[in-house]
Design a protein around this ligand. Structure first.
Ligand code: MN
Length: 288
């Protein structure tokens, strides 16, 4: 099943022709306030139980063409955004050159796999522009795209074994981890508003197939920049879940970026980014 959030935080199910509004089929009150967002976290946690009702509603609903709805990010109010660093060898290699250019040195600790946090308020949707901060542009700092497979937590947990990780995930979406290259802390450089576009919808685990065999592509102004298969992840998604949950409890609706493929590069106002992941869809975003 493919789940979308659209309009005033309506819940949609993607069908052949568009989006079926299934908000009325939720077995609890739908709260359109994006800040409280309890209905969404509850859906993430209890999706297995609710799914049959959503499927029935989708089959009976009037389908809205995609051109007539404004898709939002397919997450609401995550308690945290976890992101993996240094998780494709080609990206680790290219970061030596990027760091020499942007920092004047190589920070060896940043070449090791680990997880870090981005502000949940940095999330934006597939219809939103990426807004580059004027102060960073004025400082001459490069701002880069990172096009990543993103997982959304279903049933959360602590100390989740890698073998059990799929049972704790709701699904996947496409994410951009927009990043200022400077000497500042990662959590600040990656947390400006609109620096975590997600979309265009969430594809549940069963429909997405093997997360270790997805093609990720990103084009900037029609030119290919990033192209990788997730089989190249140094730390596969189940092991990221195990590692992250050994540190912090994963809550329903939390978001995990799995790491940047090689080919990161600067973006500028006026650019158009098109990113796609096989079986998960594609989205085009403007930079301003
Ligand atoms: Mn990243």
């Amino acid at each position: 099943m493919r789940l979308a959030i659209f309009g005033e935080q309506r819940l949609g199910v993607l069908t052949g022709g568009g989006v079926a509004d299934v908000t009325h089929a939720l077995p609890w009150p739908h709260d359109p306030d994006p800040l409280t967002a309890g209905w969404w976290r509850r859906l993430c946690r209890d999706f297995t139980a609710v799914r049959p009702a959503l499927a029935r509603a989708a089959a009976q609903a009037t389908v809205l063409p995609l051109s007539e709805v404004r898709l939002k990010a397919p997450v609401l109010g995550p308690s945290k955004i976890i992101a993996a660093a240094s998780n494709y060898s080609g990206h680790v290699t290219e970061m030596h050159e990027v760091q020499r250019r942007t920092l004047g040195r190589v920070e060896s600790w940043m070449m090791e796999f680990d997880v870090f946090l981005k502000a949940p308020s940095a999330v934006s949707g597939p219809a939103d522009d990426i807004v580059l901060p004027p102060a960073e542009l004025a400082a001459g700092h490069e701002i880069h795209h990172e096009s990543e497979l993103v997982a959304v937590i279903g049933v959360g947990g602590k100390d989740i074994p890698a073998a059990s990780a799929p049972g704790h995930l709701l699904g996947y979406t496409i994410g951009l981890d927009i990043t200022v290259r400077s000497a500042a802390d990662r959590s600040r450089r990656k947390s400006y508003d609109t620096f975590s576009p997600l979309g265009p919808w969430l594809t549940t685990l069963d429909e997405a197939g093997d997360a270790g065999d997805l093609d990720i592509e990103l084009e900037c102004n029609g030119m290919a920049r990033q192209k990788v298969n997730t089989s190249g992840l140094l730390v596969p998604l189940p092991d990221i879940v195990a590692y992250a949950s050994s540190v912090m409890t994963l809550l329903p609706g939390d978001v995990i970026f799995t790491g940047a493929p090689p080919g990161v590069g600067p973006i500028a106002p006026g650019d158009r980014l098109r990113t796609r992941i096989s079986r998960l869809g594609e989205m085009e975003l403007r930079v301003r």
